[in-house]
Design a protein around this ligand. Structure first.
Ligand code: ASP
Length: 335
């Protein structure tokens, strides 16, 4: 749910059909002082508010991004993150998450089952193990051993959607494992991750990314979200970036590592997001027709970048005063 402080800011000049040249002019999407918290999709507004509240209370950036990511993870009406997420094609809800600060501390889980807050398990991997990622059975066992409450993540609503999909999708295992458009019975393209970036007044950065992945995915499939340099990348003094959309198109080019590398070379957050989206388009040509990929970036001064392949990518920006606005990402293609 969007808080009262959140408001819709679909001002003219901020719609996805603008040519890239105009998008370049819009590098700061927040009020004075720049952005403090930034996240993918309009449902990110509530996550931003939770993260901002922690920062205002003096918590660390890692505490803040974790708190933000936990909001959609606990929301059973959100079918792309955490509890209530749509399952894989075998009916198992599996979660992917990563958390990272700008000092290179990172933890991740992939194909985690039975624990709502994948982001907290990722943080525990970062803080309690010598590793950066645990997957599948090992991740689930680790979460249990760490005392995370265990529960079935498949809600009746998500189970019904999956059962409907089994009939309407003309279920064919091989074909569906390659299905780029895992559509819900209602027809919506259903892969929406929350990627959340935050900065403090000193310009330090951290991020979190958490998802249930592509709806009705092949069992064992892991997308971009939990992979450092794909779903999230953070570098001190340079910037942070996160991604959403069809994970395979991000993973194959290490998308967020590229965005941050582009910022390191002197590009603005906005120009860096545009460069990487255009790279995907030129590399993949017709293969990405109808596919969505979106990047968000944040620099140490609070400048925001956002760019995507197709219209419809929204993101939430919270400025230094705690004001949250929803924006429409500019896109490379019109449809
Ligand atoms: N990128 C995520 C994945 O492919 C899903 C999404 O962001 O929509 O798993």
């Amino acid at each position: 749910m969007t808080s009262r402080r959140s408001l819709l800011a679909l001002a003219s000049g901020m719609i996805g059909v603008l040519p890239a040249a105009k998008a370049l002019a819009r590098t700061t999407a927040a009020g004075a002082g720049g952005a403090r918290v930034l996240s993918t999709w309009d449902f990110g507004a509530a996550a931003n508010d939770a993260a901002f509240a922690r920062l205002s209370a003096g918590a660390s950036l890692i505490d803040a991004v974790e708190a933000g990511a936990m909001v959609p993870e606990a929301d059973p009406t959100n079918h792309s993150v955490g509890y209530g997420g749509y399952p894989d094609r075998d009916g198992h809800v599996t979660l992917d998450a990563v958390i990272m600060d700008d000092a290179g501390n990172v933890g991740a889980v992939a194909a985690l089952e039975d624990t709502v807050h994948a982001i907290s398990v990722a943080r525990r991997v970062m803080e309690q193990t010598p590793h950066t990622m645990l997957v599948g059975e090992g991740a689930t066992r680790f979460a249990r051993a760490q005392g995370f409450p265990q529960r079935n993540l498949l809600t009746p609503e998500a189970e019904k959607a999956w059962r409907d999909w089994l009939t309407t999708a003309q279920y064919r295992p091989e074909a569906n494992s390659e299905n780029r458009r895992a559509r819900t019975p209602g027809g919506a393209l259903d892969h929406d991750t929350i990627g959340l970036l935050a900065r403090n007044p000193d310009g330090r950065l951290a991020g979190a990314c958490t998802t249930s992945g592509m709806a009705f995915k092949m069992r064992g499939r892991v997308g971009d979200s939990p992979q450092v340099g794909s779903g999230l990348y953070v570098e001190a003094g340079v910037g942070a970036a996160t991604s959403t959309g069809l994970g395979e198109e991000v993973t194959r080019i290490a998308g967020t590592a590229r965005v941050v590398a582009s910022m390191r070379s002197g590009k603005s957050a906005q120009a860096a997001c545009e460069e990487v989206v255009k790279h995907i388009a030129s590399l993949r040509g017709n293969a990405i027709r109808g596919v969505q990929v979106g990047f968000l970036a944040l620099d140490p001064r609070g400048n925001v970048g956002a760019f995507c392949l197709l219209p419809g990518f929204t993101y939430a920006v919270t400025d230094m005063a705690g004001r949250t606005t929803i924006h429409q990402g500019t896109s490379l293609f019109q449809a």
